[in-house]
Design a protein around this ligand. Structure first.
Ligand code: FCB
Length: 456
């Protein structure tokens, strides 16, 4: 598996539209499923929403200045579908596209490679009302949207990501109901998973048709699944199948894990998976992004700690189990274990030989937004987390995983979905009143690493 040609690791950071932009009613943006979920009482931990967030729609220049100070070679951001197609259909809002045009030009002017993600969870509400991801038409609409964006930006963008973490969209959105659109229908989640993969494949194809040099990838959140003593082996196997193999098997072999086709009628009946769909998915990723935060430790049902977002309802047809994250844990309740990143990168590299990989998100939430009198923000745990995970990436590279870039989550403290503003992942914090950005110590540490990498 060794790749002698692997260039030095590129350093970058990542964000997403709904989490940072604010300006939800500006320049003709349509409503998204996250606007709707946030309006539901009790859906978001602090009752907040993305209305203001980091105000990045108005303050991209400030973000760009931070990126330049950080000295990163790549910036992963996402494009808000409802800014580009407010109703999710044919009508295009050019003011929305103009914004991303400026973002791309700003980045290129600063020598930073733009890494747009087309779908980071903000589905136009109109498409949810027409059935959302469980409905095939949404995948077709996604391909049209991808074509519109590619036409506008494809002369300058070479690296695209279609979907961000389709597992979250499908299983947190439609089975556990903790993410938008907040539905709890296990079967719908499987149909959504298939349509997200299909949308990826169709979208990738239209981008490549328009721009043959484009490199179109998909971003998956995968993690090694580790059994606790007394875990039900079937539960362990199901969690691994839903979290990891569903996506990898489809991309590598054009099939779904027998364990899942044996349990979900959506994958075998109802005409969801049609002739030719999986043939379009196999080999459809020019590169794969891995988002990694924590290993998944599966054990028997117990009262006690279950990590945030790791809701057992997100694994339909799985025998009763619960997650047992071991200490040390981050503010999300997620177990810290860098060896899991090395392990999952090697798994993906073996499953998809020759496919370039990127760590498209990795980072940690700690409660560290306090700005000291001298203007500094101390976040030693985040530095330790990043250092250990970067070492894990280097080990995976040395063992032959072709990892090209590492993008830390996140540039700024931002809207952390169902957790609202209660969890902070940023290398920089924000003044809650003025939105002024203040780099944390981890920012300076990361800048130093990025500089050393560039000079190596
Ligand atoms: C990932 C999401 C990202 C961010 C991190 C903490 O699941 O892709 O937007 O919220 O988790």
């Amino acid at each position: 598996m060794a790749d002698a040609q692997l260039p030095p690791l590129g350093y970058g950071v990542a964000t997403s539209s709904y989490q940072i932009e604010g300006a939800l009613d500006v320049d003709g943006r349509g409503r998204s499923i996250w606007d709707e979920l946030c309006a539901r009482t009790g859906a978001i931990a602090d009752g907040s929403d993305g209305a203001i967030a980091c105000e990045s729609y108005a303050r991209f220049d400030e973000d760009l200045a931070l990126l330049e100070d950080l000295g990163v070679s790549a910036y992963r951001f996402s494009i808000a579908w409802p800014r580009v197609q407010p109703g999710g259909d044919g009508r295009v809002e050019t003011r929305g596209l103009d914004y991303y045009d400026r973002v791309v030009d700003g980045l290129l002017g600063a020598g930073i490679r733009p890494f747009p993600t087309l779908y980071h969870w903000d589905l136009p509400q109109a498409l949810e009302e027409a059935g959302g991801w469980p409905v095939r038409d949404t995948a077709l609409r996604f391909a049209e949207y991808a074509a519109v964006v590619a036409e506008r930006l494809g002369d300058r963008v070479t690296h695209w990501a279609t979907m961000n973490e389709p597992w979250c969209s499908a299983f947190l959105g439609y089975a556990a109901g903790v993410h938008a659109p907040g539905r709890r229908e296990g079967e719908a989640a499987y149909a959504a998973a298939h349509h997200l993969l299909l949308g990826h494949a169709l979208g990738a194809a239209v981008i490549r048709d328009a721009w043959p040099a484009a490199q179109v990838g998909i971003v998956l959140n995968m993690a090694p699944v580790r059994p606790e003593p007394d875990a039900d082996p079937l539960a362990v196997d199901m969690v691994d199948a839903v979290q990891n193999r569903l996506w990898l098997d489809a991309l590598a072999d054009g099939s779904y894990p027998p364990l899942l086709t044996g349990s979900s009628p959506a994958l075998t009946e109802h005409g969801v998976v049609r002739e030719g769909d999986l043939a379009a998915v196999v080999g459809s990723a020019d590169w794969v992004g891995v988002n990694y935060y924590t290993p998944f430790r599966v054990g028997p049902v117990m009262t006690g700690e279950v990590a945030v977002g790791q809701d057992a309802a997100a694994y339909p047809y799985t025998p009763a189990f619960s997650f047992h994250p071991r200490p040390p844990r981050t503010d999300m309740g997620w177990e810290v274990d860098a060896s899991g990143l090395e392990a999952i990168l090697l798994t993906v590299a073996r499953r998809l030989p020759g496919v370039p990989l990127r760590v498209t998100e990795n980072g940690a939430a700690f409660p560290d937004r306090e700005v000291q009198a001298d203007g500094s923000v101390s976040d030693p745990e985040r530095i330790g987390y990043l250092r250990d995970h970067l070492a894990a990436v280097e080990r995976a590279r040395a063992a032959g995983a072709p990892v090209h870039d590492y993008l830390a989550w996140s540039l700024l403290d931002n809207f952390e979905w169902a957790e609202g503003y209660t969890k902070t992942f940023g290398l920089a914090t924000l003044d809650p009143r003025t939105r002024a950005r203040t780099p944390k110590q981890s920012f300076h540490w990361y800048a130093e690493r990025a500089r050393a990498a560039r000079e190596s």
